[in-house]
Design a binder for this molecule. Structure first.
Ligand SMILES: [Zn+2]
Length: 180
């Protein structure tokens, strides 16, 4: 497992960040690498009846395919859907919670959840939102945390437009390389 690197700049958040006149420094404010993440290469099993249907499973596979395509940019990402995988899982259900997606990991294995109850009514394109949410949860497995303080698009921002940002952005590719 790769050594986790410490952030090289202070993590600035909130109004003070945007109101400051010294924002445009030469050192960007990197997010802290996420220790419950797993690796750049892992199997994942699709679980539950929703992801037993190709309608939804294809939306998750699209998230995987987009991450795997970043290998050409040196990320080393290799995510493989494997029905024999016992630990790393992604599951879609109707959960009585307000989140769209949830990641639980311990640095070695993870389980991710997708909430059709919240995604369905909120989404303009429900499968695209499932792709965006899946891609975000895989981003956690790839050692990225939530809400990086970057001005650039990121799949890890909760404020992202899920119709537009539904795969890894350039910033995210750099972060996966930095954090692994
Ligand atoms: Zn998250």
């Amino acid at each position: 497992m790769a050594r986790l690197r410490k952030p090289t700049a202070t993590f600035l958040v909130g109004a003070a960040f945007f109101g400051s006149t010294t924002v445009l420094s030469t050192s960007p404010a990197f997010a802290v690498c996420y220790t419950p993440g797993v690796a750049t290469s892992f199997n994942v099993n699709f679980e539950g009846s929703y992801l037993g249907s190709s309608y939804w499973a294809d939306a998750v596979s699209y998230a995987i395919n987009q991450w795997n395509a970043t290998r050409s940019q040196g990320t080393g990402v290799f995510i493989y859907r494997n029905e024999s995988e016992r630990y790393n899982t992604i599951r879609m259900e109707s959960y009585a919670d307000n989140w769209y997606g949830l990641y639980n990991g311990n640095g070695i294995t993870f389980s991710a959840k997708l909430n059709i109850r919240t995604i369905g009514p909120a989404a303009t394109d429900d499968r695209r939102w499932v792709t965006s949410t899946s891609s975000h949860e895989f981003g956690h497995a790839l050692r990225m945390g939530d809400n990086p303080s970057t001005i650039y698009n990121s799949i890890m921002k909760h404020s992202r437009n899920r119709d537009v940002v539904y795969g890894p952005a350039g910033y995210d590719i750099g972060e996966v390389k930095r954090c692994n």
